[in-house]
Design a protein around this ligand. Structure first.
Ligand SMILES: O=C(O)CCC(=O)C(=O)O
Ligand SMILES: [Fe+2]
Length: 211
């Protein structure tokens, strides 16, 4: 299924759109940031965040993930994974600014943000759900797109029904409720020659409880 939003009335261009996915709660807000501001944030984040291309193990072999990433947050959000303690970087001015605006829109608190930089069409993110226990049972995730729009794929875990939403420059996508429980999501590669896209996913990570 493909959704496109016909919106002739520019006054309503940033009206929230409810994405009709059964068993999910997804709202898409085109032009949450006006073009000029979104472009300014794209360049500021590209040059100021501490980007790295992380390595994961695939069938025992180290493989570089196909994008750059950076993780920022409150110190309470650090967690231990396979004996490795992951410590977030301290909030930058731009990230603080965007965090508080996302909190106002989503009407909830965020203490962490994962930044992804898709440098070109060959950068991607595999299908996954953001369902780690430290995100809680019904996580709210606010996802901001800056730069080149890319199709965001939702796939229902049981029915496998697939829905694509083109995430545009300056847009905010808010996922809540059972979205992570019922759906996977991801960003495919494309052979089209396209520009870069920076995505910020604001989250709330529950502080680890001592064992
Ligand atoms: O780039 C995107 O829109 C997806 C990012 C994402 O799913 C994640 O960071 O968990
Ligand atoms: Fe995700």
């Amino acid at each position: 299924m493909q959704f496109s939003f016909f919106d002739d009335d520019s006054e309503h261009a940033s009206q929230p759109q409810i994405i009709p996915l059964p068993g999910a709660d997804v709202v898409y807000m085109p032009r949450w940031l006006v073009d000029q501001e979104a472009t300014a944030f794209y360049h500021a984040l590209a040059s100021s965040l501490s980007w790295s291309q992380d390595t994961i193990k695939l069938f025992g072999k180290p493989v570089k993930i196909p994008r750059l990433q950076a993780w920022y947050g409150d110190l309470t959000t650090q967690y231990t994974y396979s004996g490795l303690t992951m410590v977030p970087k301290e909030w930058t001015t731009e990230l603080q600014n965007l965090r508080s605006r996302c909190e106002k829109t989503a009407e909830c608190r965020f203490n962490s943000v994962l930044a992804n930089w898709y440098r070109h069409g060959q950068d991607s993110m595999g299908m996954h759900a953001d369902d780690e226990p430290e995100l809680g049972v019904q996580p709210v995730i606010a996802s901001l797109t800056l730069g080149e729009g890319r199709p965001f794929i939702f796939r229902h875990k049981q029915t496998k029904e697939t829905t694509r939403i083109n995430l545009e420059h300056g847009s905010l996508l808010i996922m809540r409720g059972d979205t992570q429980r019922n759906y996977l999501h991801g960003i495919n590669k494309t052979t089209r020659s396209i520009g870069g896209r920076i995505n910020l996913t604001f989250r709330y990570i529950y502080p680890a409880t001592p064992e």
